[in-house]
Ligand binder design. Structure first.
Ligand code: DP6
Length: 389
């Protein structure tokens, strides 16, 4: 028999940022976080895993290239956890079940987005790995149970086990058993939230999330304030906003939390800067766009958020996407670089245009760099099983 499974898993972008671990081995966070899962029709990791007694050892290929599985490392931990569950939950219960937990596993994973998209692939990558092996092993585990394993690969990966709007509850147990992802609302609850990823740089250099957040935990007094006095209320408020489809509140909290995450990075010793001048110009553009919107309707229309790098993600209701793309095309130079666009629609042929009432003086500050590409996507569903046997 051939024991094989293929799954794909989505990327997620946090609105309430995970930044800080209370346990670096188990990957237990210092605060809860919340993200939107993005559509894997556009951005995904796809993983095939196969178990076979004739294999020499567990082996991993990433985008076709063999990667070392370091003993005791994150990848090895995830594989070991999945094998343990296979034995406990399947083989020990059913003597006829093949002893897949004793076979080495071959894992091959591909990202459909280029590294040049400047997106972290660890979240979708570990989510696809865990769901692929869980499918191969026929584990009777729900997505939250699998998120406990993905979390040990990369913290943010635990949120990619669900579609829609997802919280990672920090938990309190030192064993990590209550630190897992839950779905706040499915994609179908609020399907018209779109995301524009503005690729500012594909540079992989800079401080990694893992080492950066540890330095923040060790040195930032502001992080302590954030953990105790800011995030708990924001988690409650943004969850409510999602349930009520209240974009104005959702957007304000998202932007405030991105700002505070970058503030705690700056509050780290030595300080960490993830945003560059183009990132800041995109903030200025969204702020001005929202100022005009508030004058007209009393509500904001877009939310920016930035992870541990300079690329912007702009969340906005579907009806505003075209207008925002037109603005970016108008104000950011080197438009031919937009050729690489993919997603729901490209910017090719999109003419630059300004929203009525937009203060052109703000645009002066934009003339300092280029947006290299735009990816237009939206909220999406969770991991998909693509094939078996
Ligand atoms: C800024 O999940 O990449 O994107 O757990 O060390 O692998 P590790 O870190 P990682 O950190 C993500 C940080 C973030 C915020 C977020 O996604 O919540």
């Amino acid at each position: 028999a051939i024991y094989q499974a293929t799954t794909s898993a989505p990327v997620n972008i946090a609105c309430i940022k995970y930044w800080g671990k209370r346990d670096t081995k188990l990957i237990l966070p210092t605060n809860s976080s919340l993200s939107v899962t993005l559509d894997q029709d556009h951005l995904r990791s796809t993983t095939t895993s196969r178990a076979d007694p004739s294999f020499q050892k567990d082996t991993l290929w990433l985008n076709g290239k063999e990667e070392l599985i370091k003993d005791g490392g994150r990848m090895a931990t995830c594989i070991a956890e999945l094998k343990r569950l296979r034995k406990e939950l399947v083989e020990d219960k059913d003597p006829d079940a093949p002893k897949l937990s004793t076979f080495p596993v071959h894992i091959s994973s591909f990202n459909n987005f280029p590294t040049a998209a400047g997106l972290a692939s660890s979240a979708s990558g570990f989510a696809a790995l865990v769901s692929s092996i869980a499918t191969l092993y026929a584990l009777p585990c729900d997505a939250s149970a699998l998120s406990l394993i993905a979390r040990q690969g990369s913290g943010s990966a635990c949120r990619s086990l669900f579609g829609g709007y997802v919280a990672w509850e920090q938990g309190t147990s030192p064993t990590g058993e209550d630190s897992y992802a839950i779905q706040i609302a499915p994609q179908s609850h609020w399907p018209d939230i779109h995301a524009l990823i503005c690729v500012v740089s594909d540079d992989k250099k800079g401080t990694s999330s893992t080492s950066g957040m540890q330095r923040t935990v060790e040195t930032s007094p502001l992080l302590q304030h954030r953990i105790k006095h800011v995030v708990p209320q924001r988690m409650a408020d943004i969850s409510k906003a999602i349930l009520e489809r209240d974009f104005d509140t959702f957007a304000k909290i998202t932007m405030a939390d991105s700002n505070q995450f970058h503030a705690v990075a700056l509050d780290t010793e030595p300080p960490i800067f993830y945003m560059n001048d183009v990132s800041k110009a995109i903030i200025a553009l969204v702020v001005e766009y929202n100022r005009v919107a508030v004058l007209k309707t009393g509500k904001v229309k877009a939310a920016y958020t930035y992870d541990a790098g300079p690329n912007a993600v702009i969340y906005t209701p579907k009806e505003n996407v075209k207008e925002i793309v037109q603005m970016i095309v108008k104000y950011f130079p080197q438009r031919e670089a937009f050729k690489d666009v993919f997603g729901i629609f490209g910017t090719q042929g999109v003419q630059g245009a300004v929203v009525d009432g937009f203060n052109e003086a703000v645009a002066k500050s934009f003339d300092i760099g280029a947006v290299k590409g735009l990816i237009h996507t939206k909220v999406g569903d969770g991991p998909r099983v693509l094939g078996e046997e």
